[in-house]
Design a protein around this ligand. Structure first.
Ligand SMILES: *Cc1c(COP(=O)(O)O)cnc(C)c1O
Length: 337
C-alpha cells in the first residue's frame, strides 16, 4: 500500500532507531534529560528563540501557547481553516476560556489589514483581543505558504496592538523548503512557534514549542498540568533531534513529489480540478457525478490510500516513506482511476 493519508504515517529509519537506542537520558520532569535539552536548544536557536519545550503533540504545544498568552474571556484571531479551530476539539474554550474570531480566506493566509479590522474596541461587553495565530503551511487550505512580507507586517501589527503572535509551524520546514525564506528570516517575528517532528521530518512522536525564557518557564508548568511531563523521554527526543538534523532539507523532495501527483491528476477523467500545490499537500476535487467514498475505495483496490476532505475533495500528502518506485506507480494509478 502506498499511504498518502498524511505525512504522520512514516516509520523511523534504522539510523533514527540507532540514535534512539544510543540516547543519553535523565528525568526530564527534573529538567535533567540531556537529549531533550539538546533538542529544545537546537530547535530554539534555529528560529532565533531563547528556549524550547518538547511536547507529546502539536496540539499540546498550540494549547499551551494559547493558555500562556491569554486570560479567560480574551479573544484570538485566526483563519477559519486553522488547526486550532478545526482539529483540537475546541480545547481553547475549555482549557483557556477564550473565544476565536475567524477570518475566512480561500488560501489560509490572513494579513495585517484583516487582523486590524477584527481587533475588538474597548467596550465592557466585548472580549479583549489578545492573540493572533497563523498556520504555515496551512494544512486545510492545501499546504499554502505564508509570504515573508505578510508575516512581517502581521508581526509589526501585533506588536503595535499588544497582541501575542503564535505560529502553528507544524509544517514550517515544508514552507522553508520552497526556498522563499530561511528559518533565520523568522527571527523576532513571533512570541511562540510550534514545530512538528512527526510530520515531514519523520520522527515517530513529538513537537517542540519555542519562545522566550519567560514564556517557556510558564509553558513548562502548563505542560505538567496538561499531563505532558515526561521522564526519560530523551529516547524519543533523540529521534526528533536526528530528524531535525538529517531530514529537514530533504522535505524539498516531498514538495516536488506533490507537484508530480498534481500533474498526474490533471490527466484523470475523474478530476474536476487540483488546488494550487505549494508544498507536500495535494487537495483536489473529483467530479460531482462521482461518489468520493467509492473513488477512494477504487484507489485503495489499486494500492493507494487517500483521505476524503468532504464535498468530493480528496487529499494526498507526500512524505519520506514515499520512494521513486511508489511515485511511478501512484502517478499511473491516479491517471486512470
Ligand atoms: C498535525 C498538526 C498539528 C498537531 O497535530 P498533533 O497530531 O496534535 O501533533 C497542529 N497544527 C497543524 C497545522 C497540523 O497539521
Amino acid at each position: 500500500m502506498i499511504d498518502f493519508r498524511s505525512d504522520t504515517v512514516t516509520k523511523p529509519s534504522k539510523q533514527m532507531l540507532d540514535a534512539m537506542m544510543n540516547a543519553v537520558v535523565g528525568d526530564d520532569v527534573f529538567n535533567e534529560d540531556p537529549t531533550v535539552k539538546e533538542l529544545q536548544d537546537h530547535t530554539a536557536k534555529l528560529f532565533g528563540m531563547e528556549a524550547g519545550l518538547f511536547c507529546p503533540s502539536g496540539t499540546m504545544c498550540n494549547q499551551i501557547a494559547i493558555k500562556a498568552h491569554t486570560q479567560p474571556l480574551d479573544e484570538i484571531i485566526c483563519d477559519g481553516y486553522s488547526h486550532i479551530y478545526n482539529y483540537e476539539n475546541g480545547m481553547w474554550a475549555m482549557a483557556s476560556g477564550v473565544s476565536l474570531r475567524l477570518i475566512n480566506t480561500d488560501d489560509g493566509i490572513i494579513n495585517a489589514q484583516q487582523v486590524e479590522a477584527q481587533i475588538q474596541p474597548d467596550h465592557d461587553w466585548l472580549p479583549e483581543t489578545s492573540m493572533v495565530v497563523i498556520e504555515n503551511t496551512c494544512n486545510r487550505a492545501g499546504g499554502t505558504v505564508y509570504p515573508l512580507k505578510t508575516m512581517q507586517a502581521l508581526s509589526e501589527s501585533c506588536k503595535a496592538n499588544k497582541l501575542k503572535f503564535h505560529l502553528d509551524g507544524a509544517r514550517v520546514f515544508n514552507a522553508l523548503a520552497t526556498g522563499k525564506y530561511e528559518a533565520k528570516d523568522l527571527h523576532g517575528l513571533f512570541d511562540s512557534i510550534s514545530i512538528c517532528l512527526s510530520k515531514g521530518l519523520g520522527a515517530p512522536i513529538g513537537s517542540v514549542l519555542i519562545g522566550s525564557n519567560a514564556f517557556i518557564k510558564k509553558a513548562r508548568k502548563l505542560r505538567k498540568a496538561f499531563g505532558g511531563g515526561m521522564r526519560q523521554v530523551g529516547l524519543i527526543a533523540a529521534a526528533g533531534l536526528y530528524a531535525i538534523k538529517n531530514n529537514a532539507n530533504r522535505v524539498v523532495i516531498d514538495n516536488e513529489n506533490a507537484l508530480k501527483l498534481g500533474a498526474a491528476l490533471t490527466q484523470s477523467n475523474s478530476v474536476e480540478y487540483v488546488r494550487p500545490i505549494e508544498t507536500n499537500i495535494v487537495i483536489y476535487k473529483i467530479k460531482d457525478s462521482l461518489d468520493d467514498a467509492d473513488y477512494i475505495e477504487q484507489l485503495k483496490q489499486k494500492g493507494i490510500i487517500a483521505i476524503s476532505f468532504g464535498g468530493n475533495m480528496v487529499r494526498l500528502v507526500t512524505h519520506l516513506n514515499i520512494d521513486d518506485a511508489m511515485m511511478e506507480k501512484a502517478m499511473d494509478v491516479l491517471k486512470i482511476v
